[in-house]
Design a protein around this ligand. Sequence first.
Ligand code: 3HC
Ligand code: NAI
Length: 707
Amino acid sequence: MSETNLVRLATEAGIGVITIDNPPVNALSPGVPEGIITALRAAEADPAIGAIVLIGAGRSFIAGADIRQFGTGRARLPLGSRVYDVLDACAKPVVAAIHGYALGGGLEIALACHYRIAVPSAKVGLPEVLIGILPGGGGTQRLPRLIGPRAALDMIVTGRHVPAPEARTLGILDAVLADGADLRAGAIAFAQSIAATRPLPRVRDRTDRLAEAREDPALFDTVRKSIARRARNQKAPYNCILAVEAACTLPMDAGLAREQELFAELENSDEARALRYAFFAEREAAKLPDLPAGIAPREIRTAAVIGAGTMGGGIAMSFADFGIPVRILDSTPEALARGMDRIRSNYATSVRRGSLAQEEMDRRLARIHPVAAYADLADADLVIEAVFEEMDVKRPVFRALDQVMKSGALIFSNTSALDIDALAAETGRPDDVAGTHFFSPANVMKLLEVVRGTQSSPETLVSAMALGRKIGKIPAMAGNTDGFVANRSRAPFNSEMVILLEEGCLPEQVDRVMVDFGYPMGPFAVGDLAGLDIGAADRRRRAAANPNYRTLPIADRLVELGRYGQKTGAGWYRYEKGDRTPHPDPEVARIIAETVARLGVAQKSFTDQEILHRLLFASVNEACRILEEGKAYRASDIDVMWLHGFGFPRYRGGLMFWADGIGVRAVHDQIAAWHQEHGERWAPARLLTDLAATGTPFREAKAAPMV
Ligand code: 3HC
Ligand code: NAI
């Protein structure tokens, strides 16, 4: 019997059971692959062992390579000495027994085993592409041999997690145990049943499924074309395709060598570094460093939403989508009925597009209950207010909630900018109040910005973060500041893009630069989608409150002319009836020229880089102010907000990670130069100046304690 901390071998009924025990997810950290190899050799040498089971302790089989090892030079071993290669050479049958996740190197180990069985809740996948690399443990060679190149490409290029029943159908799994069956016992019984089978079925020896590529020579180009838009500026998806292509044209060992070459091109690429950063930034955002450890979130079994408008409806859907019954209230029966209609129609669109089954739509709708009075909400564990963005409308709502909600209920607001403390002050329980700022469309966008009021209790904040995870969001914490963190850091970008028009740009030019950079849509096209009247109202409010507010006359003029965006058929672009495609509009060019002539602004031409930097540096500067004021915990939280709230290209890591790629000094010097040229709005933040002076990267910036 061999025993290490991370991997142990025990013998039971003639079967060697190798258990991987590296919490929390059994990643293949240093010591784990070595431990598996040692245990395999010991089991092979032990005459009392007829077959071997490989199983994970805790909540998963193996979640893959240890991502922290990539880029350190320690992630790769020579071919022939790796677990996968040792498994190939093993003389006794090995059964992978899968629960939780078998991802990346974890699935690759399972593919190098002779058999694979799983519990029904298990998921398998090769998600390497999502961190900018490719499966480097033989996955690109074995998976096409096992399930055919077409299905393998789908899994490897999307990185999706495949549920066990589908994996069984695809041929990845040899068996799925019955619901509730004991995996270890089932795997031992399975191993006993195949112990005498010879020759051993090795995936590497199979070639039958590869015929699919010969029958469809256009297969690889078709996949390349299908990802062209989504994968622009990226290399990993294309190297994944090349590696699967190699599986179809080269013998196994040459294919493995090709996989290694293609992997080596990616491991240290900018794209892989950015995606690894994003992976850990999302997990870091869940951590609230200044709250006492071990606070349990309150349980949320039922929810309520006030306001059945754009956001309230989307928030109710978010609950229903994750199995939480939700009641929804509006000020009039008509508004409530309109809201329910919109919810129904949104679900129906998903059914029409094939992304939701009709029965699932029915189940979700049945969880959303329109109600007529506050008293009907009283026993909900949580309520989210999403009424008009006006203090005078919100205040009475909070007073009413304070009167009816049961003790211990969480009371949240979806306001995008208003003072959470002022809302909390309307209640006798400000410690139960916080902001939960969803992004539109609320049932789709992943970001949940949790806003901390001065009196929000640690338990309330922990509960809001846990709620986000429970409904599939990525939560990140923000301080209570005008616009909170996401919108506040984005606001200078929004102004700067319109100021660029005063100086000589056109909307379509700015949009092209940002789409080339990696955004799914340009910011002007996004503005037309959201509605230009919303921004105009916000600007009027701010201008009234602040005499130095930088107005945006071109944007205001468009709204004056009734050009609100898509909903009026014209905004920054013009739209054909019933079509959302933006068409550049000579009328907009004329409005710009007219306004510019009136203002007397000098015109110039801009390079793509100037446009990009003008928009993003403005926001980097504001993000520094947010950190120095203690309104965010860390720069990486701001990155998470930009990735999941604004569609910032993930393979660039996030706003601040991207700015680090340019260098803190270069960013500072450019901002300082623009300060000279354009005036006060470009004054460098104190934190930016400090970081530049010491050469400290943005992502290591120390934020002030959160207030
Ligand atoms: N390496 C290092 N750490 C990992 C990890 C990995 N592969 N997977 C998870 N972790 C860490 C997380 O950072 C987190 O740490 P923290 O508690 O300190 O923040 C902890 O494990 C728990 O992770 P999650 O919070 O993500 O747990 P969930 O239960 O929500 O999700 C999961 C579990 C689906 C397994 C998710 O963690 C995940 O997707 N992990 C990454 C899977 C992956 O990409 N595997 C491929 C790796 S590359 C590879 O295998 C290369 C090979 O081809 C050679
Ligand atoms: P909306 O105008 O679409 O919906 C508001 C709903 O609230 C309407 O159905 C209205 O009838 C109802 N309502 C008004 N007063 C009420 C009251 N006293 N009691 C009950 N219901 C009442 O507005 P939208 O866009 O859904 O915004 C709601 C909140 O979400 C606002 O605070 C807004 O700032 C915020 N928000 C909006 C985003 C967006 O993109 N639209 C994004 C993030 C936050």
